[in-house]
Ligand binder design. Structure first.
Ligand code: TXA
Ligand code: MG
Length: 354
């Protein structure tokens, strides 16, 4: 389908207008692209069973074609049809966490276009917990392939405005259902090996999974270990720079008071050299930095869900403020904090251990 400008349709996130949903579903069925809200971030959707349509996603995003996509389903039947052999842990995980921010990597069934899986023998599947996303998939009647609706490498979009800023003229329509709730993407859990492995931490935490599964591991790349050239990442998306705003991000990790001191010193040095400095702090720490820098907060330090909800929007705000460099405070990796730190580490061009 030829793209002739991007239409934006506002709708009530809790009770989406069936008329608008059916218009959007028609676009999907004809092979077009529709961005839509999920409970994590906005997705850029196409018919997941139509290889040509899926190729359009990669073109719109400028995404490397070996980075596979998640197929979004509206019910368990749809999910079951996508796997030739559902791993034994899958039914329990689906029952506990679907609809919700958990993506399961399972052996793929026949008939899934290779554009979806990047040539892998596995496929990533999730049932999103957002009424607009579920209504759209149901109305389209097919699984919807959808990466985050940002230009490749940029912070993921948590509002329709973010999508428009990155993809105007490159997608057929955007369903504007307000802010995505969680603000960070789903957890990607690989069920194809002997032990379930978290390939990307996200909305469902390690602690939640460990409470349900006998064993669960975290992929080394999640914890910020750099892969050597010879190592092949298990999740192809892990090898690319991600989530990066225009200005370089320098991340400071460690004991909070040491972080404050080291970050303040670096801010003063950079300002003295004429750089416009942005500082990503928390409610508790923001007042501790001297004036001059543009300071934005990620909510309260003791509530990492605030940081999850705010992080991507704040990185985009620094672009608008036109800072030359962003100095960011790290946080604890407990609960959703692991996902926040994974995104910050991957956005960072330098990590300072304090
Ligand atoms: O919350 C989310 O997951 C959002 C919303 C829109 O659902 N989607 C999203 O998609 O974040 P994307 O494409 O930005 O990230 C998908 C991640 C990538 O890191 C990709 O490499 C990994 O999932 N992935 C997809 N299929 C895979 C597979 N078969 N094996 C391993 N990793 C896979
Ligand atoms: Mg993404």
């Amino acid at each position: 389908m030829k793209n002739t400008g991007t239409r934006v349709w506002q709708l009530d996130p809790d009770r989406p207008d069936p008329e608008i949903i059916s218009r959007a579903a028609e676009i999907i069925k004809k092979g077009g692209l529709v961005a839509f809200p999920t409970e994590t971030v906005y997705g850029l959707g196409a018919n997941g069973l139509d290889g040509e349509a899926v190729a359009g996603i990669y073109r719109a995003k400028g995404r490397p074609s070996d980075n596979p996509l998640i197929l979004h389903v509206a019910d368990l039947d749809m999910a079951n049809r996508l796997s030739r052999n559902l791993p034994p842990q899958a039914p329990l995980l689906m029952e506990k966490f679907w609809p919700g921010p958990l993506t399961l990597v399972v052996p793929k069934a026949g008939g899934i276009p290779q554009q979806v899986t990047g040539g892998l023998d596995t496929v990533a599947v999730r049932m999103p917990g957002h009424p607009v996303a579920l209504a759209l998939i149901k109305a389209a009647g097919v699984p919807i392939a959808a990466p985050s609706a940002n230009r490749s490498g940029r912070p993921s979009p948590t509002t329709a405005d973010h999508v428009l800023a990155d993809l105007e003229g490159r997608v057929d329509a955007i369903l504007d259902g307000g802010s995505a709730g969680l603000g960070l993407e789903s957890t990607v859990l690989d069920l194809t090996g002997p032990c379930p492995i978290i390939l990307r931490p996200g909305g469902v935490t390690y602690e939640q999974l460990a409470g349900v599964l006998k064993e669960v591991a975290i992929d080394r790349s999640v914890l910020g270990e750099k892969l050597s050239k010879e190592q092949v990442p298990r999740s192809p998306g892990m090898k690319y720079i991600h989530y990066a705003p225009a200005a370089p991000v320098i991340l400071f990790e460690g004991e909070p008071e040491k972080v404050r001191q080291a970050l303040s010193r670096r801010a003063a040095e950079l300002s003295a050299r004429g750089k416009r400095v942005g500082i990503l702090a928390t409610e508790e720490t923001a007042a501790g930095y001297a004036g001059g820098a543009k300071i934005l907060t990620m909510g309260r330090r003791k509530n990492p869900a605030d940081a999850a909800a705010l992080l991507f929007g704040r990185l985009r705000q620094f672009d608008q403020l036109q800072v030359d460099v962003i100095l960011a405070e790290g946080m604890e990796t407990r609960g959703i904090g692991l996902a926040v730190m994974n995104r910050l580490r991957r956005a960072a061009s330098e990590i300072v251990k304090c």
